[in-house]
Design a protein around this ligand. Structure first.
Ligand SMILES: Nc1ncnc2c1ncn2[C@@H]1O[C@H](COP(=O)(O)OP(=O)(O)OP(=O)(O)O)[C@@H](O)[C@H]1O
Length: 308
């Protein structure tokens, strides 16, 4: 007989497989994640972490297996389709989630700007008020009216995370979110993650920083050569992590200095403002597509007179 008080899973993966040529990136991965859980995703280089994240966030389709969200089978065709059911991924490079040429406020609301009911945001005053409300709700002090290019690396990371939180996700995937942050900024971010978890948001957290993992996760899963080999309480993580990664477990990640290609934004940049819903949607789709690109993007830095 089923237990009537057993918690209901938010995410269920059944036998996920993904192969690239001869390389098996994921092999029969099955997993349940419950509302409010903080789950650390661990694995050595090439273990399949990014592949799993891409499948969960709608960038890649699995070759086999099932993905269920809140009792419904899903077949994502894009990051937008994953977002519609509450799955939001923040990738490691903060600039992947930034649209240059726009203000901090517009970047904060980028995901709302392309939505059918977003017309009210196309008024600058409304947009600013909405952005202020979001930033205040998250306790973030961001210069909302400034061009986004003026933000330093840490504020860019906070902006990208605030944007993710603003979408009211049910399942948030965070890839090394504190790597660019000072200790104080990292602490406020970890506090924000705690408050999301308290509200029932489940977190999948990729990091090599044990201190972060112990702070925001209760459970750790380990991928090895595409297979899920361990599922343990985070309390037991230190010994397991050192077995798996040795000294690398405490080394901070290095964020490559890459930025988005900007040509597609030039006409928005000239106006300095998104003028209608179609433009909002175009920017949103471009940023979503770029942030989930499989290959790293080698591009010129904006503002250095190197547009094609
Ligand atoms: N687009 C691709 N084409 C070919 N092989 C790929 C592709 N993406 C991933 N792979 C391969 O699949 C395996 C899993 O890669 P994946 O990037 O998911 O690992 P990872 O755990 O995220 O590694 P890292 O920590 O280095 O990011 C690796 O052997 C990788 O080379």
């Amino acid at each position: 007989m089923s237990n009537p008080v057993a918690p209901k899973f938010l995410i269920r993966l059944l036998g996920l497989c993904k192969t690239f040529g001869a390389q098996r990136a994921l092999d029969q991965v099955s997993l349940d994640i419950y509302p409010g859980e903080g789950v650390a995703l661990l694995g050595a280089t090439g273990a399949g972490k990014s592949t799993l994240v891409k499948i969960l966030s709608g960038t890649l389709a699995p070759d086999a297996g099932e993905l269920w969200v809140d009792g419904q089978r899903q077949r994502f065709t894009s990051p937008l389709s994953a977002r519609r059911v509450g799955i939001v991924a923040v990738h490691q490079r903060p600039d992947d989630g930034i649209a240059p040429g726009l203000s901090v406020a517009e970047n904060l609301l980028l995901d709302e700007l392309g939505q059918p009911d977003a017309d009210f945001l196309l008024n600058r005053k409304n947009l600013l008020q909405r952005a202020e409300a979001i930033a205040a709700g998250l306790g973030l002090d961001l210069p909302l009216q400034h061009p986004v290019e003026r933000l330093g690396q840490a504020d860019r990371q906070l902006l990208v995370l605030a944007r993710a939180f603003a979408q009211k996700p049910r399942f948030l995937i965070l890839d090394e979110p504190t790597a660019a942050l000072s200790e104080a900024d990292a602490e406020s971010l970890l506090g924000l993650i705690d408050s999301q978890r308290t509200r029932g948001v489940a977190i999948l957290y990729i990091s090599q920083r044990l201190s972060d993992l112990q702070r925001v996760t209760n459970r750790a899963i380990v991928l090895q050569e595409g297979r899920l080999t361990s599922d343990l309480n985070t309390r037991h993580l230190p010994s397991a992590a050192y077995t798996l990664f040795g000294d690398a477990a405490e080394q901070p990640a290095v964020i490559p200095d890459k930025t988005l290609p900007v040509p597609f934004l030039e006409r928005f940049t000239r106006a300095g403002f998104i003028r209608n819903r179609a433009e909002g949607r175009a920017v949103q789709e471009q940023v979503a597509g770029l942030s989930s690109s499989v290959a790293p993007i080698d591009v010129p830095t904006p503002g250095k007179n190197n547009h094609p």
